[in-house]
Design a protein around this ligand. Structure first.
Ligand SMILES: NC(=O)c1ccc[n+]([C@@H]2O[C@H](COP(=O)([O-])OP(=O)(O)OC[C@H]3O[C@@H](n4cnc5c(N)ncnc54)[C@H](OP(=O)(O)O)[C@@H]3O)[C@@H](O)[C@H]2O)c1
Length: 276
């Protein structure tokens, strides 16, 4: 249960990772109340301890929740718990991602990268939509990447093409942006704004998974863009929904104008998630 008061309530996925952890520490330090879905309870407990130590006296409450983003039933249970236990949701940050070296299937028979990197983003946006609308001016921040492209709408789960984890990752990060642009339209009649962003490049399991030993930015730097999108009230006035952010700047995205394809990615996710 929560006693959120006027604090922003922020749901952040992938908080045990390099960038997510720094986003969590920074937002906790700014007094946000955090909901952190994790798949390993012990690592989650250690993370909360670290966040509270680092965030200092201003730290808002941090709530751990169980969720495996590669399982549709786990995602649905998590969504239900969020709606039961919290009064509203002000910010959703979709940040979890994975890059398995070989094509792997989830318990639902979905290609794992597609499920974690794309479908979990969609499901949380879609299934929590009424909850987000309730907040009045909620924000959704989808952590995407500049490393994006090669999306094939006829082969979203590498059933036809030979699986290549870099190709699948690039496709998933293009899909994250396209879901954001379709999501901005989906929420257009509400106060909910949807952004996508590139965090920077830092050493992590994801970066290693796509073949780079080391990044050139610190994890703290990579957390900044998401934190700015959450916190900058003044800047927010000029931040239009459906925009792409890199290094503190609004940046053009080649898929922003392609409404039809963005909608097709959204509709494909709806079908895979079995939602209407
Ligand atoms: N690092 C970069 O240079 C870079 C550049 C551009 C974009 N990005 C994006 O930034 C985001 C964060 O990446 P990162 O570099 O911080 O990666 P990371 O350190 O590998 O963290 C990935 C996070 O996703 C979580 N995750 C993976 N599979 C999951 C599952 N099935 N269920 C629940 N959680 C799961 C991981 O949880 P566990 O700890 O349980 O594995 C971890 O918290 C990603 O969206 C990535 O695409 C990163």
């Amino acid at each position: 249960m929560t006693n959120s008061g006027s604090r922003k309530i922020v749901l952040l996925t992938g908080s045990t990772g390099a960038i997510g952890r720094e986003i969590a520490i920074s937002l906790a330090g700014k007094g946000c109340e955090l909901i952190l879905p994790v798949r390993d309870a012990e690592r989650g407990k250690q993370l909360v301890k670290d966040i509270l130590e680092k965030a200092g006296a201003q730290a808002g409450p941090v709530h751990l929740e169980a969720c495996d983003m590669s399982s549709l039933s786990s995602l649905r249970n998590f969504v239900r718990r969020v709606q039961e236990a919290y009064p509203r949701l002000d910010v959703l940050i979709n940040n979890a991602a994975t890059v398995p070296p070989t094509r792997q299937l989830t318990e639902d028979g979905l290609e794992t990268q597609f499920c974690v990197n794309v479908l979990s983003y969609f499901l949380l946006m879609f299934s929590l939509s009424s909850f987000l609308r309730k907040s009045g001016k909620a924000r959704i921040i989808n952590v995407a990447s500049n490393l994006a492209g090669d999306l094939d709408l006829t082969d979203m789960q590498f059933e036809k093409r030979k699986y290549n984890n870099m190709l699948a990752y690039k496709q998933s990060k293009q899909a994250d942006r396209q879901l954001s642009w379709a999501g901005a339209k989906f929420f257009a009649d509400s106060g909910v704004k949807v952004f996508a962003m590139h965090p920077g490049v830092t050493t992590s399991a994801i970066l290693k998974g796509v073949g780079y030993e080391k990044g050139w930015d610190s994890a703290e730097f990579c957390a900044k863009m998401a934190v700015q999108l959450v916190m900058e009230e003044e800047g927010m006035k000029t931040m239009e929904t459906g925009t792409y952010w890199v290094n503190g700047e609004e940046t053009a995205c080649p898929w922003q104008e392609n409404d039809q394809e963005c909608q097709a990615v959204w509709d494909y996710c709806k079908k895979c998630a079995g939602v209407e």
